[in-house]
Structure formats: structure tokens, C-alpha cells
Design a protein around this ligand. Structure first.
Ligand code: GCU
Length: 426
């Protein structure tokens, strides 16, 4: 039964993709439509926001609510204590460089409900709790490193022979398949811990009307699927990051006041939405996050709102579809998502050849969030124009663009770590 449903979902996904390909893509600046951005410092009733207090009490909640109800969908409040079980711990992992822990964290209050597995590597020689990167990955924790002790994920995974997955399951061949993106030893050497979670533990990434993952566990009585203003998959993944944070607050390896949430691509969209909602994340890093992440919607450059809603109907809430080719009617744009993170630090990262994600639109979101940071008494972005390649701007709103494609490189991590070191306060 599940198998038939899955096949149907994948056929639907294929049809959505073909449908999406018919939508024209803007790749030239001269074809970007004229647009006016909503001002983060003018409230919906027209009141100018002039003080930090007005921002905190009036405008920030207003903007957050619009993103919740019109874009990503509101996630349920998690009630109760987070339940977890340490499945494995090795104080001498990676040839003596690391402490490794694998922890099962429940996503409901029921022991037989869905759970996610956290893989934690922490530097062995640390004198106390350390700054930490919290990250989601695409193919399972066992893909981030060849360490044979990492549990092979048993969750549904996308088929991809390059990643060693078959029949939507991980195989031994998938071990270390994404290791290039995760310089674990280097992260440890620089004194950070890294926490990895497979995003499919929280919600498998295909459109099945929210019958699997966490969604069905939070429906109200008689409800069959989330309502038009309730959580899509990105919201669920972001919510999962907050549940991971609930756990990390209890783990003595981690300094909960120095947790950076980092993600790439759709998981970059997720990290920025997580950082916007959960103020426990002191640093947010979104890599090549594009449409629905850092890029401005109104530019329609590369991937547009219509295109993303057609290809990935489960990522956002159903209300978001109203803004297909109609971005101007949405009371927010993505610079206001960045503004929700103020005064905490965010690093927005682009790649020159990743035009699908609109590097310029990613920079402009950073740029237009500046006024909110300044109102809150911190420097916003220390750049008036888009910086050149490999010239990272390291102010509280940080921005960097490097040559090359849509990807995460070891060299990107060096900048993430420099940025985190600069903005974490002890
Ligand atoms: C597609 C999608 C992007 C997304 C990317 C990814 O390219 O259109 O929005 O960021 O997949 O997550 O890999």
C-alpha cells in the first residue's frame, strides 16, 4: 500500500517538474521586473517603527506571522520535555580526535512516534562545552563521514546511485558519499562540535499530502492534512532543528549559547527559517539558499515563486500559491526574513555560477535588512554594494560570494567558522 502510494507520489513529482520546466526563467538583469520592497520599519497600519521596543513588540511579531501564515506555514508548539536516548557514545572516535555520540530524539511525546537521530562529533580535548554547528543533511548521517560506526540511516531516502541509495534505502555504499561537504576533522581542530541530522527523519522530502513524517502526528481531531496556513516541509525541518536545540541544551558537550544553524540549498532555506523563529540560534548560515531562502522574490530571477511552488508543492504552505506571479501582493519579501534574525548574526552565502539561486537577490536581502539591525543598535551589513568574489563581508549581516557552482566546499567552512568565532559571545 505504502509502496503504491510512493510510486504515485513520485510520478506526481515528475509531472510537477515537467510542468515547472514550461515556466520561463529570468536570467538577465534587464528582464527583472520593476518592484518596490515592503519596508520592514513601517507597520501594517502605517506606523513608522522608530524604537527597538516597537520593533520587538509590534513589528517583529507582525512580520513573523505573515511568514508563518503566508509562506512556510505555522508549525505546532512543542509541549512537554524533549525525550531522548543516547544510543551510542565513543570517547575516542576518529583516531582519538573526537567524542562521538548518536542520540535518538523523539519528535512527539510518544515513544513509538517519529524520531530523529543526532550524530554528534565534539573535539576530544575540549576543556568545557564548545561552540557547535547544527546541520541537516540530504542522504543520512552516515554520508558525512566514512566512520564505520555511524548508524546507517533506515529512513526513506531519495534514489541516487552516486550516493549509494537503492529502493529508497541507504546501502553500505552510501557511507561517506557526501564527505566532501563535511570537513569534520577540520571543524573539530578549530574547536567546534558538529551535529548532523538526516532531514528525512523529520519529514521525507516528497509530496504525499503530509501523510508521513511529523505532520500526521500534529493534526487536530478529524483533520486530514495541514490547513493552508499550517506547516509545509521546510517548516517541519526547521521545527526539527528547534527540537534538536531542545536536546542540545541538555548535552554537556555543547555550549547552548554558541549554536550556529547551517544549511545548504533547500536546507539553507530551512536554516534561515529556523534562525528567524528560534532566537536560541545565535548564528545562522545559509548557503546557496535561493528562492524561499535569502533571494528576493520580487526579482523573479532564476527560480521564481511559481516555479518553486510547482516543482515542490510540499515545501511551503498552500497560501503561498496565491503569490505565484503575484509576489507584489505578499506583504513581506525575503529581506524581512533576514530582519527577523536581528540583532543576531547571519551569513548569507552565494556561488557565482548558481544563478538559479540569484546571488544578487541574496545580497539584496542582506542589504535591505540593514535598517532593522541599526535600529537595534548593531552594525548591519558593512557593504554598500555586492562584494567581489572571495571577499566575505563579516559584519552581523554577513555576505559572501565565491566562484563556482551550487555546492558546499571545505573552503566555505573556513569562512563559516571565522564568522561564528567573530559573532559568538562567550
Ligand atoms: C532545486 C530547487 C532549489 C533548491 C535545490 C536543492 O534546485 O529548485 O530551490 O534549493 O533544489 O535544495 O538542492
Amino acid at each position: 500500500m505504502f509502496h503504491r502510494f510512493l510510486v504515485l507520489s513520485l510520478v506526481l513529482m515528475y509531472c510537477n517538474m515537467t510542468e515547472a520546466q514550461k515556466i520561463p526563467t529570468i536570467y538577465e538583469e534587464e528582464n527583472v521586473p520593476k518592484y518596490t520592497l515592503p519596508d520592514p520599519l513601517i507597520a501594517e497600519d502605517g506606523t513608522p517603527i522608530k524604537t527597538a521596543k516597537q520593533w520587538i513588540n509590534q513589528r517583529r511579531p507582525e512580520i513573523l506571522k505573515i511568514f508563518e501564515e503566508q509562506v512556510y506555514g505555522r508549525a505546532p508548539e512543542f509541549k512537554g520535555e524533549i525525550q531522548f536516548k543516547v544510543l551510542e557514545e565513543d570517547k575516542n572516535a576518529l583516531g582519538g580526535k573526537a567524542i562521538r555520540k548518536q542520540v535518538k530524539v523523539q519528535l512527539t511525546n510518544k515513544a513509538d512516534g517519529p524520531s530523529m537521530e543526532l550524530l554528534i562529533y565534539s573535539p576530544k580535548n575540549a576543556k568545557g562545552p564548545v561552540p557547535t554547528f547544527l546541520t541537516l543533511n540530504f542522504y543520512g548521517n552516515h554520508t558525512i563521514h566514512t566512520d564505520p560506526a555511524i548508524h546507517l540511516s533506515e529512513s526513506w531516502v531519495r534514489n541516487n546511485s552516486a550516493k549509494g541509495t537503492k529502493d529508497n534505502r541507504a546501502t553500505e555504499k552510501s557511507r561517506g558519499a557526501s564527505a566532501e561537504r563535511w570537513p569534520v576533522e577540520r571543524i573539530l581542530e578549530r574547536g567546534f562540535a558538529i551535529v548532523a541530522i538526516y532531514y528525512g527523519d523529520i519529514d521525507p522530502d516528497f509530496d504525499d499530502d503530509f501523510q508521513n513524517g511529523v505532520h500526521p502526528h500534529y493534526l487536530s481531531e478529524g483533520q486530514k492534512k495541514p490547513g493552508p496556513d499550517q506547516w509545509g516541509s521546510i517548516s517541519a525541518w526547521a521545527w526539527g532543528l528547534s527540537r534538536a536545540m531542545d536536546y542540545l541544551e541538555k548535552d554537556s558537550l555543547v555550549d547552548p549559547n554558541r549554536v550556529a544553524v547551517m544549511g545548504h540549498s533547500r536546507l539553507g532555506k530551512t536554516s534561515i527559517w529556523a534562525g528567524a523563529q528560534d532566537t536560541r540560534f545565535k548564528v545562522t548560515i545559509c548557503n546557496n539558499s535561493g528562492c524561499g531562502g535569502a533571494a528576493l522574490n520580487r526579482r523573479r530571477f532564476g527560480e521564481s515563486v511559481r516555479r518553486i511552488n510547482t516543482s515542490f508543492p510540499h515545501w511551503f504552505c498552500d497560501n503561498y500559491v496565491q503569490y505565484n506571479d503575484n509576489e507584489g501582493d505578499l506583504a513581506v519579501d525575503q529581506h524581512m526574513l533576514v530582519s527577523l534574525i536581528a540583532p543576531r548574526a547571519i551569513l548569507i552565502c552565494s556561488a557565482e555560477e548558481d544563478r538559479w539561486a540569484d546571488p544578487k537577490g541574496e545580497f539584496l536581502s542582506a542589504f535591505h535588512a540593514d535598517s532593522v539591525y541599526r535600529l537595534l543598535g548593531v552594525e548591519g551589513i558593512a557593504a554598500k554594494e555586492m562584494p567581489g568574489l572571495d571577499q566575505p563581508v563579516m559584519s552581523p549581516i554577513g555576505y559572501k560570494i565565491r566562484p563556482g557552482k551550487h555546492n558546499v566546499l571545505a573552503s566555505d567552512w573556513e569562512v563559516y567558522m571565522d564568522f561564528a568565532n567573530k559573532h559568538f559571545t562567550k
